[in-house]
Design a protein around this ligand. Structure first.
Ligand code: PMP
Length: 426
C-alpha cells in the first residue's frame, strides 16, 4: 500500500469520505485520491515522492503556478503583522480599488471567504433589491452549495424546482427555476410569462462546472435584454472564469455588462477569498449601507487580501493573458492531435487559460446534454493513464482544466507526449 493510500484510509475514520470537499474523493474516476505534500510552479508532489504536472490548479486559483515566490513573500511579511484583526485595513481598500479599476461594471465590492458566500449573498441582494423571490439558473452551472442554488429543474422550463440535496427545503427550491444553458429561446419564453416575478438570473458566463462550455453567440446578450425588460438583476458568476479567461473576465471578453458579479479562486491567489460587487445602486442595499444583511468574521482578512492583491497585480502585467492563452491552445491542439492519431473521437474547448476535452463524436460542444453523452468509461481510462504518467487532471469529466503561467513549453509537450501514449492504449 502506498503512503497516499494509507493516509486516505486513516482520513476516513474522522473525516466524512476522507475528504473536506466531495469531488476530491475521486468518485468521478474511481480509485483513491492522491495525497499531496507540496506544490511549486506547475508541479505537485505527492506523499510518495511522485511529481505531477498539474492542470487542476487547486480548482482554479493557481494561475501563477503554485507558491509563486512574490505571493509567498507577501503573505509571509503580512503574517508577521498578525493573522486577522476583524477590523478594517488599508489592504482592503487597495484591492477593492483595483477590482473596480479592472472591471468596469463594478462600482463597489464586498470581500467574503468563499465563492459560495459570494453567490449566496448576490442572490439575497438581488431578492432584497427587487422585492421578488424567484431566481433563474441553468442546468450544468454550479454556483456553490447554498440552499437556493442546490436545485435542479424537472423537465420543462416552468416545472417547479426540486432540491438536488436532502436538507434543501422544498418551499425554497420552488423559487429556483433551472433552464437549459445556452438556450436563448427558452429564456425569452420564461421571461415573457413570469419575468415580473424573477429577482435575478445567475449564470457562469463561461461555464466550468460541466466541463468548459463557452456561451453561444447571443446568449449572454439575451440574458442582458430580458433582465433590462423585466427589472431582474443579471448576476455573472465569475468565481471560476473571472481573472482566468482574461483580465476583465468573461464580461470583458464578450462585452456584456452584468449588474452584479461574483468572484472567487484567482482573486484570493490560493487563500480563501470570494467577492461580490457591481452597480452602486444595487450594492448600496447591502449592510451597513442598506437593509440586506451579510457579514463575515474573517472577511477581508489581511493574509487573504495580501495574497489576492499580489496575484491580481502580477496577472495585470502586459501580455500575461495573451501568453496564457497561447500556451493553453498549444495544449488542447496537442491533445486533439494525439487523439486524432489514435483514431479516438475527441474534441476540446478553450477560453483563455481554461480548457475542456470530451471523448465524443460531436464537435462544438455547447450544451450540457452533449457533455453528458461523452464516453465516461474512456475518460476514466484516460484519466488514470495520465495520472500514472505524472499528469494531474481534474478527476471528473464535468470539470474544466486550467493552465498557469508557470507551465513551460516543455511541460505542455511532456503532457501531449503522455497523452499520445495513453490514447494509443484506449
Ligand atoms: N461558482 C462557481 C462558478 C464555482 O466554480 C464555484 C466552485 N467551484 C463556486 C461558485 C463555489 O465556490 P467555493 O467552492 O469557493 O465556495
Amino acid at each position: 500500500m502506498s503512503h497516499s493510500q494509507a493516509l486516505f484510509q486513516a482520513a476516513q475514520t474522522h473525516i466524512p469520505g476522507g475528504v473536506n470537499s466531495p469531488v476530491r474523493a475521486f468518485k468521478g474516476v474511481g480509485g483513491d485520491p492522491v495525497f499531496f505534500e507540496s506544490a511549486k510552479g506547475a508541479y505537485l508532489k505527492d506523499v510518495d515522492g511522485k511529481q505531477y504536472i498539474d492542470y487542476v490548479a487547486s480548482w482554479g486559483p493557481a494561475i501563477l503556478g503554485h507558491a509563486h515566490p512574490e505571493v509567498i513573500q507577501t503573505v509571509q511579511q503580512q503574517a508577521e503583522k498578525g493573522l486577522s484583526f476583524g477590523a478594517p485595513t488599508e489592504l482592503e481598500t487597495t484591492i477593492a480599488d483595483l477590482v473596480c479599476d479592472l472591471i468596469p461594471s463594478i462600482d463597489m465590492v464586498r470581500m467574503v471567504s468563499s465563492g459560495t458566500e459570494a453567490t449566496m449573498t448576490a442572490i439575497r441582494l438581488a431578492r432584497g433589491y427587487t422585492g421578488r423571490d424567484k431566481i433563474v439558473k441553468f442546468e450544468g452551472c454550479y454556483h456553490g452549495h447554498s440552499d437556493s442554488l442546490l436545485v435542479k429543474a424537472g423537465s420543462g422550463a416552468l416545472t417547479l424546482g426540486v432540491p438536488s440535496s436532502p436538507g434543501v427545503p422544498a418551499c425554497l427550491a420552488e423559487e429556483t427555476l433551472t433552464l437549459t444553458h445556452n438556450d436563448s429561446d427558452e429564456v425569452r419564453r420564461v421571461f415573457s410569462e413570469i419575468g415580473d416575478q424573477i429577482a435575478c438570473i445567475i449564470v457562469e458566463p463561461v461555464a466550468g462546472n460541466m466541463n468548459c462550455i463557452p456561451p453561444e453567440d447571443g446568449f449572454l446578450q439575451t440574458l442582458r435584454e430580458v433582465c433590462d425588460e423585466s427589472g431582474a438583476v443579471l448576476i455573472f458568476d465569475e468565481v471560476m472564469c473571472g481573472f482566468r479567461v482574461g483580465l476583465t473576465g468573461a464580461q470583458g471578453r464578450y462585452g456584456i455588462t452584468p449588474d452584479l458579479t461574483t468572484f472567487g479562486k484567482v482573486i484570493g491567489g490560493g487563500m480563501p477569498v470570494g467577492a461580490f460587487g457591481g452597480k452602486r445602486e444595487v450594492m448600496e442595499h447591502i449592510a451597513p449601507l442598506g437593509p440586506v444583511y451579510q457579514a463575515g468574521t474573517l472577511s477581508g482578512n489581511p493574509i487573504a487580501m495580501s495574497a489576492g492583491l499580489k496575484t491580481l497585480q502580477l496577472i495585470s502585467e502586459n501580455g500575461f493573458f495573451e501568453s496564457l492563452e497561447v500556451k493553453t491552445k498549444q495544449l488542447v491542439d496537442g491533445l486533439q492531435q494525439a487523439a486524432d492519431e489514435a483514431g479516438i473521437p475527441f474534441t476540446t474547448n478553450q477560453v483563455g487559460g481554461m480548457f475542456g476535452f470530451f471523448f465524443t463524436e460531436e464537435k462544438n460542444i455547447r450544451r450540457y446534454a452533449q457533455v453528458a453523452k461523452g464516453d465516461m468509461e474512456r475518460f476514466k481510462r484516460f484519466y488514470h493513464g495520465m495520472l500514472d504518467a505524472g499528469v494531474y487532471l481534474a478527476p471528473s469529466a464535468f470539470e474544466a482544466g486550467f493552465v498557469s503561467s508557470a507551465h513551460t513549453d516543455a511541460d505542455i509537450q511532456a503532457t501531449i507526449d503522455a497523452a499520445r501514449k495513453v490514447m494509443s492504449t484506449l
